[in-house]
Every structure is written in structure tokens, then in C-alpha cells.
Design a binder for this molecule. Sequence first.
Ligand code: HPA
Ligand code: ZN
Length: 335
Amino acid sequence: MTSAFDAFAAALPKAELHLHIEGTLEPELMFELARRNSAKLRFSSVEAIKAAYDFDGLQSFLDIYYEGAGVLRAERDFHDLAWAYFTRVAPMNLKHAEIFFDPQTHTSRSVPYEAVISGLTQACRRAEKELGITSKLILCFLRHLDEDAALKTLAEALPFGGIAGVGLDSSEKDRPPSLFKKVFAKARAAGLRCVAHAGEEGPPAYIVEALDLLKVERVDHGVRCLEDPELVKRLAAERTALTVCPLSNHKLRVFDSLADHNLRDLLAAGVLASVHSDDPAYFGGYVDANYRDTARALGLTKAELRTLARNSFLSSWLSGPEKDRHLAAIDVIAS
Ligand code: HPA
Ligand code: ZN
């Protein structure tokens, strides 16, 4: 049964700023694409896939996530993946999405970059026209690979356009942001905006590097900042956005339970934190579940939920009247 509190959470207009499109690949679509592309899967059923989603940290998730993405081959597959995402979140009052994609996961399997960007772009345009959801694409470099590979990817991507920014994802331990300074400088010079995953499993020093060396305007995850009080003060003073993913953090054992999550402490410290879903097909919930389950586990108030929804738009790359319209719509949702 839906409570009045859940209905309030559901009604809030929201922006999704931390979502890997490959992480929205539901097992049912994985099977369909495997069949369509004659790709082999080592799982024999949807249940068998779901049973494998038991992770002991980021790497154990990434291993299975890259394996699943292997069924994506053609332009149409990328369209279908993103379109499935948009149709799923439209009823959750998701109004705007800034979406990560990992081209190296695909180009390394001889999938042309053009197939990836064209398929995703078509779905984004369709979502705006048919569902009223606006979106932007963020190309993520895989940090387990070297900077030369990232530079090659950027050079390949730039002529196609269609991306608003770049990000940095994949295995964080021992892969500090400083390794990617050159490619981020090139991206900035090309007019792209910059974000990076930091402080998920990596130490607070990686967040500082992302800010100072990569000059990111948002930090993805960033939850380990609380280990460094000076850094927390800086994030709050500079109004640097943290895109926090509570269900992901729980599933990947960054926190032992959702009730142990530090989201409330981040808000109390004045950090511009918002709630997102990371890889919802793998972590058990889209944006609605992230709001609802986190609110329940932490005992968040309606005012705090409203702040989180506001923060999602304040942290987005929307501007002017478009942003103001969403903020105003949040303010009029009755408590
Ligand atoms: N962290 C790092 N890389 C990722 C993640 C994440 O949570 N999800 C997909 N790629
Ligand atoms: Zn992520």
C-alpha cells in the first residue's frame, strides 16, 4: 500500500544526474538483445542472472556489469536500452536526466562509437518529444584503462558532438583522478563540462584531486568526504554538488545498511547533495525507490525530501527559466 509519505516522494519532480545507461539493462532486455544479436550469455534464466547480483564491492559488480553490456551491439540496441529507461522513469516524475555512457566498454568489442552515440541520441530526442523528459549525455572514461585510451576515445567522440560533458568511472581503488589530468584538460578546452566519480571506495584525497586537477563541477558519490572535515567545509562553501546513490552504496557495501548511510549528515553539513540511482537494474531500484527507501531508512522528513529534489535541479546543467520552472513545481507540491 502506498502511504501519503510515499505519494509525496513520488509526486516531487526530480532530476537524475548519476545514472549509467548500461546499468539500466534489465535481465529481460539482456536476454532479448542476446537473442537478437546471437550473443552468448552464461546465464540460463532471468532468475539466474538476478541471483548473481550479490556484490562484495565495486569490482565484483563491475565484472558482471561489463559482461551484461556485451549484448549491446547495434545502434538500435542503444536506442532500445535508453528508451526502456525513459519509459520506466516517466511515471516517477523524472523530468530531466544527465546520463553516463561508457564508450570504451563497446568500442573495445568493435562496436562503432557512432552506433552508441546515435542510438542514445535518438532515444533522448524521442523522450523529450513523447515523454517531456529532457536529457544530456556524459561520456565516461574507464579509469581502469590508461589515459592514452581515454584521449583516443575523446578524439573519436568530439567530431560527432552530442555530449554535454565527460566523467570518470569504473574501478576507483589505486586509480586516482590525477592519472586523467590531460584528458580532462582537453575536454574542458573543447567546451565540455566535467564530473568524476570520487570518494565512493577511494579516499577523500581523490575528491580533492578531482576538484583541483580535473576541475570537476560535480562529484559523483563523494560520500567518503565526511572523513575529511576540511573537505566537507570546502564542498559546502563552494556549493559543489555530490550525486549520491544510496541503494548503490548499500549494495556495493560502502555502507553496511541503508540506515547507516551518511546522506543526512551531508545535508546537515550544508553540502549540496542529491539522490540518484547509479545502476538501477543491478542495485534494486530506480529514482523512486532511492528516494522512498532512503527516506524510510533514515527517517527523512518531507522537507528534507523536498530539499533533495530541489538539489537535483540546482546541481543539474539546466539553466534559466527551464530550471526555475522545475524548482517552482517542487515548491507547490503540497506536504
Ligand atoms: N562506480 C564506478 N563505476 C561505475 C559505477 C560506480 O558506481 N557504476 C557503473 N560504473
Ligand atoms: Zn556511478
